[in-house]
Design a protein around this ligand. Structure first.
Ligand SMILES: [Cu+2]
Length: 127
């Protein structure tokens, strides 16, 4: 019985399947990029963020300011179909979201709190 199971042909199939599984697991766990943006003195730091098209990104917004802020990007095509990034954080708190941008381009980041119109930045999605 053991001899039958571990016959040459069977073990070749076994190792082939094992190799395929490892390959799939390896691909699945690769490339999760982090991008951090801080809100301070009514500004986004950094003011310009660059990410890559088709790559899953975890964006974290940390509020180091004295008042509530949010970080919004509208009309950005994403693989989950939401096409928007919305993060908000109370003073000394943070918020994060994972997304994959599906179209290269330059998008505006802004805070929509009344009186925070100067709080703008740029999110660049590279090809
Ligand atoms: Cu704000």
């Amino acid at each position: 019985m053991m001899n039958y199971f571990f016959s040459k042909r069977k073990s070749l199939v076994f190792y082939f399947l094992l190799a395929m599984i490892l390959l799939l697991v390896g691909c699945g766990s690769s490339s999760d990029t982090s991008t951090d943006v801080v809100g301070e003195e009514f500004k986004f730091v950094p003011e310009k963020v660059t990410i890559s098209k088709g790559e899953e990104v975890t964006m974290t917004f940390t509020n180091n300011d004295q008042v509530f802020h949010n970080l919004i990007v509208d009309n950005i095509p994403t693989s989950n179909g939401h096409n928007q990034i919305y993060l908000e954080a109370e003073v000394n708190e943070e918020d994060s979201v994972s997304f994959t941008a599906t179209e290269a381009g330059t998008y505006e980041m802004y805070c929509d709190e009344p009186g925070h119109e100067q709080m703008v930045g740029t999110l660049v999605v590279e090809e």
